[in-house]
Design a protein around this ligand. Structure first.
Ligand code: DX5
Ligand code: ZN
Length: 221
């Protein structure tokens, strides 16, 4: 995979033809499937569970599936998503009773683990887990819905996290999620992100390959 990863969020995909749509976006050049799990408790929306992840695997999707848990509690869903084919599982630290235990549970089930930071969530949750995370996801919108506008304050937060990752010497992916578009992805990368979730920016377009190519051209600048 290239150093920059494009991860379309299936929240904006065509759910009447989900397998075909995911296959199409991967053939168009996407790297990872971003899988937004919402429970209408931690966030004010409801999406899908492990069975949809399993359905994508049964359909033949082999690309990494990046499960973003917007749920509370967290731990009870980790084994089910791991068994259903998740590659990466990230969760919001505010939603876990024991962050270290939730991270360990994800790893015990063979997945890569990460924490997700809402726009107002402070970074001190990283203080004791930089040696345990494989990925850090910064929300550039408040979680729950696609199609929102990028929150510019995220850029400074990205720079802070990039500095912490570089200081750690560990190969931790820095993912950004929410309002990522062709016209802001270069600025987001310059702030330190290397993995980009994009839902509406990609799935709203008739030609997925064209918009992903535009994003990659911006990242190559
Ligand atoms: C929001 C989700 C995001 C969202 C991104 O809670 O976590 O992944 O689907 O959608 P866009 O790219 O349309 O902002
Ligand atoms: Zn997400």
């Amino acid at each position: 995979m290239s150093s920059f990863l494009i991860a379309p969020s299936i929240l904006s995909a065509d759910f009447a033809r989900l397998g075909e749509d995911v296959e199409r976006v991967l053939k168009a050049g996407a790297d990872v499937v971003h899988f937004d799990v919402m429970d209408n408790h931690y966030v004010p929306n409801l999406t899908f569970g492990p069975m949809i992840c399993q359905a994508l695997r049964d359909y033949g999707i082999t690309a990494p599936i990046d499960v973003h848990l917007m749920v509370k509690p967290v731990d009870s869903l980790i084994p089910a998503f791991a068994k259903a084919g998740a590659s990466i599982i990230t969760f919001h630290p505010e939603a876990s009773e024991h962050i270290d235990r939730s991270l360990a549970l994800i790893k015990e089930h063979g997945c890569q683990a990460g924490l997700v930071f809402n726009p107002a969530t402070p970074l001190h949750y990283l203080d004791y887990v930089m040696d345990k995370v494989d990925q850090i996801l910064l929300m550039s919108v408040n979680p729950g819905f696609g199609g929102q506008s990028f929150i510019p304050a995220t850029l400074d937060k990205l720079r802070q996290v990039r500095a912490r990752i570089d200081a750690s010497g560990r190969d931790i992916r820095l993912e950004v999620d929410g309002g990522v578009k062709v016209d802001n992805i270069a600025e987001i990368a310059a702030a330190g992100a290397d993995m980009f979730v994009a839902g509406s920016a990609i799935f709203s377009q008739p030609d997925y390959a064209a918009v992903i190519a535009e994003m990659r051209a911006e990242l190559a600048k």
